[in-house]
Design a protein around this ligand. Structure first.
Ligand SMILES: Nc1ncnc2c1ncn2[C@@H]1O[C@H](COP(=O)(O)OP(=O)(O)OP(=O)(O)O)[C@@H](O)[C@H]1O
Ligand SMILES: [Zn+2]
Length: 628
């Protein structure tokens, strides 16, 4: 947009703030591409883009900065290159990296005016949330799932953070259901994807989170049996790449293992026992099937077709692994293959083996297309939702630049109801949130001479801590009054270096102080005349923890920004909170004409939960949430 038009629509001050800003965009995927275009065209001063991934064919339908020739190239670098053409004088910086890498430390985060999250997984979102809180940088968090979208403004001490509303933990399946008694197609898909593929081509020890391995008295025997069974895979792995490899796999997983299961009669008293497949018949029938069958992804394959795809994809994967092994030096970690919904070979293998297993357990088969959706935990991403969400992110950033959080909103895009866009005012931090309920300070240390005792001295003398103080570095407790063995040790002993964060907890039950995060800054020798081994950089009074912790009520649960952490009902039916009017907007003033008007246009809350299984879009955390 031209400068003069921008000034006319946004005003001189906001235009100036935008031009002088330095912003970080985390994620150059669906929302990220849209957001980058908005940021560049609005004239944001300096834009840094980070993404760890490369471009995939499946991204092209909505990540409009990318073209066919960009496949396999870095998302961040290509996004920068393409967006640069929109405004050649824009200052853009791209990083092909993981935002959780230690090089992106607190001071780096602190160098931005605002951070935009356009991520697809809980772990990275929570990490950026934490870093922005520590660096005291405002964060605009966003996420979409199908037609639903959400934008949240987060500012330390002023608003809720990403973790203030607990996210639901993803559903997992008991190991026995997956390995012995599947009753739904999804159980067979999880078996193929999270058990069979890693056993044959990957790290068998690293079982997926989807499988709950916890033992109890009832299943102890079965778990033991399963362990034995897993050992047999070692032998199988050795036959990978040989002519008869696929036959050996078939004989084990679709014959011997099933016979063993059939022998556990108690298991089949209340369920139908699995039936063996006629392997010689399948082999015969599949001989005339063209390998092109695997491209027919909308068709539900016959048993023989599944057998043909199983054999063909197994051979393709074995060949790949063999070549990888041959080209990997022996002193390096042996290569593995992992399931990826966009990798045709692994997808074919998962589709065919899941369907063969389904037939054995009297479960319906599915097309490869459907299995891809279920195994990849996909909710179709909708370009329009991403575009609208990205636009809302920029509008909320304007409120941050204007220092007007009172008018910033958490915005919801919803398909149901009269209004596509609903919003609510920002809520104050949840005092029980362990992520954002802390105060911060900085302590400068001389790395050569400072010990933990010097830090304890600073806490006691400068900040008034007395007994009952504990200090932790990450998850490790390094000091408390009953554990003072470490007092004489230097920081380097614990791996504490420049920009490490220590947590100080006041254990007193009366007048307990808020948790304190201490940022350790190593003093550069030459630049300082200080002689104190440890010196507090800000002296202040640590506020007390609020006395009566207010439990967040279940009514407060809302659309989680991470599809992995949400269930369908919370996505569709955003529940009202106290003081909300019918549009879901907070209205402290209550009633009046304004509200009466809005009540007339209230959105109908969609309570239909009969729709498809809700699945997470993230491979790493790949968790499947089912409507029962
Ligand atoms: N830790 C991380 N550091 C940097 N970038 C990340 C990190 N985690 C996720 N991302 C990036 O965030 C982006 C999220 O975009 P999006 O939700 O559109 O996912 P996608 O992987 O592009 O799409 P799909 O999964 O549907 O193929 C992805 O490009 C992903 O690589
Ligand atoms: Zn919080």
């Amino acid at each position: 947009m031209r400068d003069s038009s921008l000034k006319r629509s946004l005003g001189v001050d906001l235009t100036r703030s935008i031009k002088e800003s330095r912003v970080l965009l985390v994620g150059a995927g669906g929302i990220g591409c849209e957001l980058l275009k908005n940021l560049v065209l609005t004239g944001f001063g300096e834009i840094h883009i980070i993404d760890l991934d490369t471009i995939d064919l499946s991204n092209l339908n909505r990540q409009f900065l990318f073209r066919h020739e960009h496949i396999k190239k870095s998302k961040a670098l290509v996004a920068k290159e393409v967006a640069q053409k929109f405004r050649p004088d824009a200052k853009l910086e791209a990083y092909h990296a993981n935002i959780m890498d230690p090089q992106f430390n607190i001071s780096w985060f602190g160098s931005f005016t605002v951070v935009f999250n356009a991520l697809d997984n809980l772990a990275a979102r929570r990490y950026v949330n934490k870093m922005c809180l520590r660096a005291n940088v405002p964060l605009i968090e966003s996420g979409t799932m199908g037609f639903n979208g959400q934008v949240q403004v987060i500012k330390k001490s002023e608003t809720e953070c990403y973790d203030c509303n607990p996210k639901e933990t993803p559903k997992s399946f008991p190991v026995c259901t997956i390995r012995s008694t599947p009753s739904q197609a999804i159980h067979c898909i999880v078996w193929a994807k999270s058990f069979l593929v890693p056993e044959l081509f990957g790290n068998s020890e690293n079982e997926a989170e989807e499988v709950d391995n916890s033992e109890n008295a009832e299943n102890a025997n079965e778990i033991e049996e399963l362990r034995k069974e897993a050992l047999e895979f070692r032998v199988l792995r050795e036959s990978i790449g040989t002519e008869e490899g696929h036959q050996k796999v078939f004989d084990k997983v679709f014959r011997a293992d099933i016979e063993r299961l059939r022998g556990m009669e108690d298991m089949w008293k209340s369920r139908k026992a699995p039936e063996l497949l006629d392997s010689s018949q399948l082999r015969e029938q599949s001989a005339s099937i063209d390998s092109g069958i695997s491209t027919k992804d909308q068709k539900v394959w016959s048993l023989a077709e599944n057998f043909a795809v199983f054999k063909d994809s197994f051979n393709r994967l074995s060949q790949r692994l063999k070549e990888l092994r041959a080209s990997t030096p022996s002193d390096q970690t042996p290569p593995i293959l992992t399931f990826d919904k966009d990798d045709e070979d692994t997808l074919d293998f998962v589709a065919a083996t899941a369907n063969l297993r389904a037939a054995i357990f009297h479960i319906e088969s599915n097309s490869k297309f459907e299995i891809k959706r279920m195994a990849g935990n996909i909710i179709p991403a909708i370009a329009t939702t991403n575009a609208m969400t990205a636009g809302l992110c920029v509008l909320q950033a304007f409120k941050v630049f204007q220092n007007d959080l009172a008018h910033a909103k958490t915005v919801f895009l919803e398909r149901s109801g009269m209004r596509a866009i609903n919003s609510e005012s920002l809520n104050p931090p949840n005092p029980d949130c362990s992520t954002c309920s802390f105060v911060q300070t900085r302590v400068e240390v001389d790395p050569e001479s400072a010990t933990l005792e010097h830090l304890v001295g600073v806490l006691e003398n400068d900040l008034g801590y007395k007994e009952g103080t504990s200090i932790a570095f990450g998850d490790v407790l390094i000091y408390d009054p009953d554990f003072d063995d470490n007092l004489g040790k230097k920081f380097s002993h614990f791996g504490i270096t420049n920009e490490s964060v220590l947590t100080v907890i006041d254990e007193n039950t009366e007048d307990t102080r808020m948790p304190l995060e201490v940022l350790i800054l190593e003093r550069a020798e030459a630049s300082s005349t200080d002689t104190d081994p440890a010196k507090l950089l800000e002296v202040f009074e640590i506020p007390l923890k609020p006395k009566k912790p207010s439990q967040p009520s279940p009514e407060m649960s809302r659309l989680s920004l991470d599809p992995a952490a949400t269930d369908r009902s919370s996505v569709i039916g955003k529940r009202k909170r106290e003081g909300e009017d019918e549009d879901g907007e907070r209205s402290p003033g209550g009633s009046g004409e304004h509200n009466a008007k809005r009540a007339a246009s209230r959105p109908a809350i969609d309570t239909d939960t009969s729709g498809p299984i809700v699945l997470d879009d993230d491979d790493e955390e790949g968790i499947i949430t089912l409507d029962d």
